[in-house]
Write a protein that binds this ligand. Structure first.
Ligand code: NAD
Length: 507
């Protein structure tokens, strides 16, 4: 935790949201929210006390008593209004996001927009939360299902999508009739809080949505809390595994979307210019800080000759503050993140990979104090090297080679992660083979970052995910509800009595 500096002491404080009121935390632990392009302290975020976390959960528990009975149309209309408010405030939301997180303004709008799509989806909850009915499963007997809300649910979010990922969580949880406690990333909670304010303005009632801030202690308190029924977590594999184990042991339903190492295969028949553009955008966009960022490209056969072209493409990208026009690559989120990425680049060199392009210490006029790392490219990357084994989470692209598509698919399937992957080719047969044989949950065909829209679910797999159901789409309706199956028979005076039935059969 960084001690408040005198400048920071003047910065505004980020509030908790408990029972519909934005309140100042009584904690003694605070952390600065810092602009990664300038080091300006933008705000101070509290690490909520145990009592404050209890109060947030108690308020959600109380609100559930009435919220769960609120008509589905009333719930849907709140999200219709909410999507409109997000659209109206898009520029402000993006500006806050860029200031605290670093990504470029257009990419910040994309972050908000991908969350907005989930809000739009939540507005159609009437169609999503339908049960099933089978008529006459036995004489005069019908069976039907109800998808009932669970109670108090919680969300724990990472720094890299401070708009989209909170919006993956609370809109669908609330639309399905639950109440919610959100714990945003302590690194960039400000845009999340603005989105929460807009949710209240849209009509989310007091206590239905609550926010606490903090780190390890807050997360552990959420995992252990007896009144929380389900937890959605997005973040690193290390923390996600801890959350999954701890909260599952406490009897909760848990879904954890975690770290990644996303590979793409480039076949020599791919459209070269389109492919190079896609690779550079997916590897270096958002300074490589996307869970779906492209980390490894497997160049097959003759495509291995494209390395100089890819390096040339990477060199065209502009590294600067996210608010500067034309910026492609903004800063990484913190000084610690910059040190970590630079350390991994040094390890890559020491491990014997070829550093084709070194992005360390770029000169960024006007942003001399920013946490910048420019596009970096390694070739000759092999399993066992730190840059291959670890999620770098910076603008560093690793290039490997394979003789043919079979070898490339085997290479990817040997990696434990399963978040995203892509193939670049003009061959339908090769693409179909890839789609069938690759063991990764989200597959792109000439699409480098295949994040599904909310008509589908985010479906990372293997080491990138714990829990069966994804964070939005149809799957999340099942995550946030309990299916209750009702088997009903109504007698009238004409119903013939068959006497006592001592068998399991429905007659
Ligand atoms: P993180 O795991 O450090 O933090 C995530 C959350 O956990 C934060 O709210 C944080 O406060 C909390 N936390 C941090 N340390 C903790 C601890 N020791 N105990 C309990 N809680 C703790 O992740 P991050 O650095 O904010 O985000 C980047 C990571 O998230 C990357 O690994 C990225 O791949 C992953 N991510 C995954 C997805 C996905 O959908 N699979 C999406 C976005 C990000």
């Amino acid at each position: 935790m960084n001690a408040p500096t005198s400048v920071a002491a003047l910065a505004p404080t980020v509030k908790l949201l408990i029972g519909g009121q934005f309140v100042e935390s009584k904690t003694t632990e605070w952390r600065d929210v810092v602009n990664p392009a300038t080091q300006q302290v933008l705000a101070r975020v509290p690490f909520a006390t145990a009592d404050e976390i209890d109060a947030a959960v108690a308020s959600a528990k109380e609100a559930f008593k009435t919220w769960k009975k609120t008509p589905i149309g009333t719930r849907a209309r709140i999200f219709l209004k909410y999507q409109q408010l997000i659209r109206e405030n898009m520029a402000e939301l993006a500006a806050i996001l860029t200031a605290e997180q670093g990504k470029t303004l257009p990419d910040a709008e994309g972050d908000v927009f991908r969350g907005l799509e989930v809000v739009e989806h939540a507005a159609s909850i009437g169609n999503l939360q339908l049960g099933e009915l089978a008529n006459n499963v036995a004489g005069g007997v019908d069976t039907y299902t109800l998808l009932q809300p669970l109670g108090v649910c919680a969300g724990i979010t990472p720094f890299n999508f401070p708009a989209m990922i909170p919006l993956w969580m609370f809109p669908m949880a609330i639309a399905t009739g639950n109440t919610f406690v959100l714990k945003p990333s302590e690194q960039d909670p400000m845009v999340t809080m603005r989105l929460v304010e807009l949710a209240l303005e849209a009509g989310v009632p007091p206590g239905v949505l609550n926010v606490v801030h903090g780190g390890e202690m807050a997360v552990n308190a959420i995992c252990d809390h007896k009144d929380i029924k389900a937890i959605s977590f997005v973040g690193s594999t290390k923390v996600g595994t801890h959350v999954y184990n701890r909260a599952s042991l406490a009897g909760k339903r848990v879904q954890c979307m975690m770290g990644a190492k996303n590979h793409a295969i480039v076949l020599p028949d791919a459209n070269k210019e389109q492919t190079l553009n896609a690779l550079a955008g997916a590897a270096f966009g958002a300074a490589g800080q996307r869970c779906m960022a492209l980390s490894v490209v497997v160049l097959v056969g003759e495509a291995q000759k494209w390395i100089p072209d890819l390096v040339a493409k990477a060199k065209t990208l502009k590294v600067s503050g996210g608010t500067e026009k034309g910026t492609d690559v903004g800063p990484v989120v913190s000084c610690a993140a910059k040190d970590r990425v630079e350390g991994l680049i040094a390890r890559g060199v020491a491990d014997g990979a070829t550093l084709e392009l070194d992005g360390r210490n770029p000169v960024v006029a006007g942003y001399e104090k920013g946490n910048f790392v420019g596009p970096t490219v390694f070739s000759g990357v092999k399993p066992g090297m730190s840059i291959y084994e670890q999620e770098i989470f910076g603008p560093v692209l690793c290039l490997s080679a394979a003789a043919d598509i079979d070898e490339a698919i085997e290479f990817i399937n040997d990696n434990p992660n399963g978040n995203g992957t892509a193939i670049f080719t003009q061959s339908g047969a090769a693409a179909r083979k890839f789609q069938e044989e690759i063991d990764v949950g989200q597959v792109g065909i000439n699409v480098p970052i295949p994040v599904p829209v909310p008509l589908f679910s985010f479906s990372g797999s293997r080491a990138s995910k714990l829990g069966d159901l994804g964070p939005y789409g149809k799957q999340v309706v099942l995550f946030y509800t309990q299916t209750k199956t009702v088997t009903a028979r109504w007698f009238d005076d004409s119903t013939i009595s068959h006497g006592v039935n001592t068998t399991i059969s429905l007659k």
